[in-house]
Design a protein around this ligand. Structure first.
Ligand SMILES: NC(=O)c1ccc[n+]([C@@H]2O[C@H](COP(=O)([O-])OP(=O)(O)OC[C@H]3O[C@@H](n4cnc5c(N)ncnc54)[C@H](O)[C@@H]3O)[C@@H](O)[C@H]2O)c1
Length: 427
C-alpha cells in the first residue's frame, strides 16, 4: 500500500526515513524548523555525510515523491502517517528530555487529518506514547512507537535491510498500517505493545554499549598480562553465542545515542524501582577509557604533554559520518587540551571550525599536514583512509616518533619498521 507520509525533523534519522520511504514508493514531505537546513534540502543538497543518502534524495525529488518544507503544518495537512524524528537529548538529571517531542506534537495536532497516525521514531522512554497522546489532545489520532535502529555511516543500508522492524501499539489497525510502510523490505516485523517497543530500543543500545565497555576492560587486562586483544576477540567472537560484532576495542564509545540512551535507561530503571548497577558500571568503564587513552599519549611523550604538539587523526564519533555529538575522539582531545597539549587534528569531514569541534585546536587539511612538527600522533576515528598513509611521509614531517593507535587501525609492523613506537589498545 502506498501511503502519504509526513516526517517531522529532517536530521540523521528523519532525512534517512523520508528518503528511504520515498524510495519504497510512498509520498513523503519532510519538515524541519531549521530554515537553512530546509533550504539546502530544497535545493537538492543534503546537510550530512551519509553513504548513499544523496542518491536517494535525488531519486525521491526527481520522482516527485520527496519534498521538504519549513515548519510542520503543511507537511501533515494531507498525511496518513506522521513520523516524529526530533531530538530527545539528555535532560539535566540524565533522563530523556521530551520537550522537542511534545512541542512537535502540539504543533501538528490542529493540522492532522481525521484518524491520522502519529509515529514516535525518536528514541523515547517507556510511557512516551501516552505523553504524545496527551500533547496531541486528539482522541481520533492513534500514536504508535516505531523505534529506529539505523547506524550512522550505514544508515541507508540499515533502513532498507534492517535486522527487524519493531512496531508498538495498543491498536492493531494502526500497528498494521505502520508495519505496511515496510512491505517492500524483507525483514522480521515485530508487533508489540508500546512499552515493549520503547524498551527494546533502549535495551538494544545498552547491550551494545555493554559489549564495547566489556571489550575495553578486557583490553586493559590484556595490556597487564601480555595478551593480545586481537587474538582474544577472534577467540571469543568465534563463539556463536558471543559473535565478533561490537567487540572492537577503542577510545571509548560515544555518538548521539549510546551516552544519552544509557543514562536514560538508568533513570527509567530507577523509576521502575531497579538499581541498574550493571549499566552504571558500563558508563563508568567508558569514562575511564577516555582517561586511559589520553594517558597513553602522555606516556608516549615522556610523562607530560604540556607544551607538546599532538597530531590527531579523526574527530567524528565513528567513520562514515560527520557527526561530532558526544564523540569519544573529542572527549580524548579535551583531556589532552586540559593537560596543556597543543592539538592539530585532521578529519575528512571536519574541514573548518563548527559546533562540536573542541575550542583551541587547529585543523589541518591532510593527515600529513596534521603531523607537521608533532611530538605524537594519535588515531581516534577508524577512517579507512588513515591505513593507507605512508609512515615515511609522516616521519619526514613529525618531530617525535610516538604513535598511539586508539583504534588498532594502522599496521603496527610497518609503522615500527619506519621507526615509530606504535602503541595500540590491548596489545
Ligand atoms: N542519529 C542516530 O544514529 C539515531 C539512531 C536511532 C535513533 N535515533 C533517535 O532519533 C531521534 C532523532 O535523532 P537525530 O540524530 O536524527 O537528530 P538530529 O538532531 O540530527 O535531527 C533532529 C531534527 O529535528 C529538527 N526539529 C526539532 N524540533 C522540530 C520541530 N518541532 N519541527 C520540525 N523539526 C524539528 C531539528 O532541526 C533537526 O534537524 C533521537 O531521539 C535519537 O535518539 C538517532
Amino acid at each position: 500500500m502506498v501511503l502519504k507520509v509526513a516526517v517531522i525533523g529532517a536530521g540523521y534519522v528523519g532525512l534517512t526515513t523520508g528518503a528511504c520511504l520515498a524510495h519504497l514508493g510512498h509520498t513523503v514531505i519532510c519538515a524541519d524548523i531549521d530554515p537553512d537546513k530546509t533550504a539546502m534540502l530544497q535545493s537538492g543538497r543534503i546537510p550530512i555525510h551519509e553513504l548513499g543518502l544523496q542518491e536517494l534524495v535525488d531519486e525521491g525529488m526527481s520522482s516527485g515523491r520527496l519534498s521538504f518544507v519549513v515548519g510542520s503544518h503543511s507537511a501533515v495537512e494531507n498525511c496518513e502517517i506522521a513520523f516524529l524524528c526530533v531530538p530527545t537529548p539528555q535532560g539535566e538529571d540524565g533522563s530523556a528530555d521530551l520537550s522537542y517531542i511534545q512541542a512537535a506534537a502540539r504543533q501538528i495536532a490542529p493540522h492532522l487529518p481525521h484518524e491520522a497516525i502519529v509515529v514516535n521514531k525518536s528514541t523515547v522512554p517507556v510511557g512516551s506514547t501516552k505523553v504524545v497522546e496527551r500533547a496531541l489532545g486528539r482522541p481520533d489520532v492513534k500514536v504508535v512507537s516505531n523505534p529506529e535502529f539505523l547506524r550512522e555511516g550505514s544508515a541507508v543500508q540499515d533502513f532498507l535491510k534492517p535486522d527487524r522492524v519493531v512496531v508498538g501499539s495498543d491498536d492493531q489497525g494502526a500497528a498494521l498500517k505502520v508495519a505496511s510502510l515496510y512491505d517492500g523490505l524483507t525483514t522480521r516485523v515485530i508487533i508489540t505493545d508500546p512499552a515493549s517497543a520503547e524498551t527494546i530500543k533502549y535495551a538494544a543500545n545498552a547491550f551494545l554499549a555493554t559489549k564495547l565497555s566489556f571489550i575495553n576492560a578486557i583490553a586493559a587486562i590484556c595490556e597487564g598480562v601480555g595478551a593480545d586483544i586481537d587474538d582474544v576477540v577472534v577467540g571469543m567472537g568465534s563463539d556463536k553465542r558471543i559473535g565478533e560484532n561490537f567487540l572492537r576495542p577503542g577510545p571509548g564509545w560515544g555518538g548521539s545515542c549510546f551516552p544519552k540512551d544509557s543514562r536514560a535507561l538508568i533513570k527509567i530503571a530507577e523509576g521502575a524501582g531497579y538499581d541498574f548497577d550493571l549499566l552504571k558500571g558500563v558508563v563508568s568503564v567508558n569514562d575511564q577509557q577516555f582517561d586511559r587513552v589520553a594517558a597513553k599519549v602522555t606516556d608516549a611523550v615522556g610523562g607530560d604533554v604540556r607544551g607538546k604538539t599532538v597530531a590527531v587523526w579523526g574527530l567524528t564519533f565513528k567513520a562514515g559520518t560527520d557527526d561530532l555529538r558526544d564523540s569519544p575522539a573529542v572527549s580524548v582531545v579535551n583531556r589532552l587540551l586540559d593537560r596543556g597539549a597543543r592539538v592539530v587534528a585532521f578529519d575528512p569531514t571536519v574541514t573548518q571550525p563548527r559546533p562540536g569541534v573542541p575550542d583551541g585546536i587547529d585543523l589541518a587539511g591532510t593527515e600529513v599536514d596534521a603531523c607537521r612538527g608533532a611530538d605524537a600522533l594519535i588515531v581516534l576515528t577508524e577512517w579507512d583512509q588513515f591505513k593507507w598513509v605512508a609512515p615515511h611521509d609522516v616521519a619526514a614531517v613529525m618531530a617525535g616518533r610516538a604513535v598511539v593507535d586508539g583504534r588498532n587501525l594502522l599496521d603496527r609492523n610497518t609503522w615500527r619498521k619506519a621507526g615509530f613506537t606504535h602503541v595500540g589498545i590491548g596489545r
